[in-house]
Design a binder for this molecule. Structure first.
Ligand SMILES: [Fe+2]
Length: 322
């Protein structure tokens, strides 16, 4: 697979100042650059991960996918060319703006601007989080995941799977249709949810330490930031998380303990346990949809659906049997 991770995201917003505050004081990002019309954030040792521009609210301007090298980008470009996909090479100025060596860009069938690049710029100073967190789980796993809503999944899916080589992790066919795809061991780096409308559903950031998620949960309540989805644990990537409303219309999923898969041997399955093992009550659901979810959660509780927690070396202590 030549795409290795989701490396950066560009978003337009009418609320740059609110994002500067929310991004640093709540999410724990670091401001990498700021102007009257732009704002960018770091989340690790790279120069830039998120870029906001003054504009219409909540529109994803671009999704940046990293490839290993200049040669890998050339071969992907050749593959796109052979498939008749129109793309353009980014100018040196654009590469400079994105803080990468080289990029090409195109639109997916849903109209999202997709950028493929190599050579992200390393920052010359250590990451300094905007609040006291132990950092984000990024590196080879990328920034997290993005969940996009779309008109029809069938018209967008082959672009990612057949052309760009994304692997399907799993999929949901009812009560709504969604596909989860990976490009590295992170269970999914992108999800497509069929809602009939193009948009951004949420961005997920994974914390290194569980308590940092807990503190954010407190902050969300103390600062009257709305919790859009209550604390819960997903049934596919086993992430313990909650979703918070942002200054834009999409949500941020703030989580810990995501599953790492082996992409070479992973078999896609249909998800039938519902989106969550427990919790994750969605604030926007109709009474009818809430009822469907309650039945699913009752069913999961009745059968004792559970999965081992996923911990990293150094952030757990084994309890002695006694
Ligand atoms: Fe998610």
């Amino acid at each position: 697979m030549s795409i290795v991770s989701l490396g950066y995201v560009g978003i337009s917003t009418s609320r740059l100042a609110d994002w500067a505050e929310f991004g640093t004081k709540f999410l724990g990002l670091q401001i990498a650059g700021q102007s009257a019309r732009t704002l960018s954030f770091r989340m690790d040792d790279l120069s830039q991960r998120f870029h906001f521009e003054e504009g219409a609210d909540g529109i994803i301007q671009h999704l940046g996918w990293e490839v290993e090298s200049g040669a890998a980008l050339q071969s992907l470009a050749a593959r796109l060319d052979a498939a008749g996909v129109r793309f353009q090479w980014g100018s040196a100025a654009l590469a400079g703006q994105r803080r990468v060596r080289e990029l090409i860009w195109m639109h997916d069938p849903a109209g999202n601007r997709v950028e493929l690049y190599w050579g992200p710029e390393k920052a010359d100073s250590p990451f300094t989080p905007g609040r006291n967190i132990a950092g984000f789980r990024t590196g080879p796993l990328g920034i997290g995941h993005v969940a996009l809503t779309c008109d029809r999944i069938e018209s967008t899916l082959p672009f990612y799977t057949e052309l760009l080589g994304f692997g399907v992790s799993d999929y949901v066919l009812a009560p709504f249709k969604a596909y989860f795809m990976h490009v590295n061991p992170r269970h999914h780096s992108i999800a497509l949810i069929e809602t009939g409308q193009r948009g951004v559903h949420h961005l997920m950031m994974e914390l290194m330490q569980f308590d940092d998620v807990g503190h954010a949960h407190d902050l969300a309540q103390l600062r009257k930031e709305n919790i859009a989805v209550t604390l819960g644990r997903h049934s596919n990537d086993h992430m313990t998380s909650f979703y918070v409303k942002t200054p834009s219309e999409f949500m941020i999923e703030y989580g810990w303990g995501g599953l790492a898969i082996d992409p070479a041997n992973w078999q896609p399955v249909e998800l039938t346990d519902g989106p969550s093992i427990w919790g994750h009550n969605r604030s926007w659901l109709s009474e009818e949809a809430q009822a469907v979810l309650r039945v699913q959660l009752q069913h999961n509780a009745d059968r004792g659906l559970r999965h081992p927690v996923k911990v990293l070396p150094g952030n757990h202590v084994l309890i002695k049997d006694c």
